[in-house]
Design a protein around this ligand. Structure first.
Ligand SMILES: [Zn+2]
Length: 53
């Protein structure tokens, strides 16, 4: 997974959740240390949302 903030390499944290029709998976970027959520619909990746602090 590519970090939406810096484009670095991010790994899943293991945190998963439901958001309406989407499945969300939290990722953490190894390069900048930010966390963000990646959303999937019907098993297909749709978009990422950087986590607001
Ligand atoms: Zn990053």
């Amino acid at each position: 997974m590519k970090c939406p903030v810096c484009g670095g390499s991010a790994s899943p944290t293991g945190k998963e959740f439901k958001f309406g029709v989407f499945d969300g998976k939290q990722h953490k970027c190894e390069a900048c240390g930010k966390t963000f959520n990646a959303f999937y619909r019907d098993g297909k990746f749709t978009h990422t949302v950087p986590k607001a602090k």
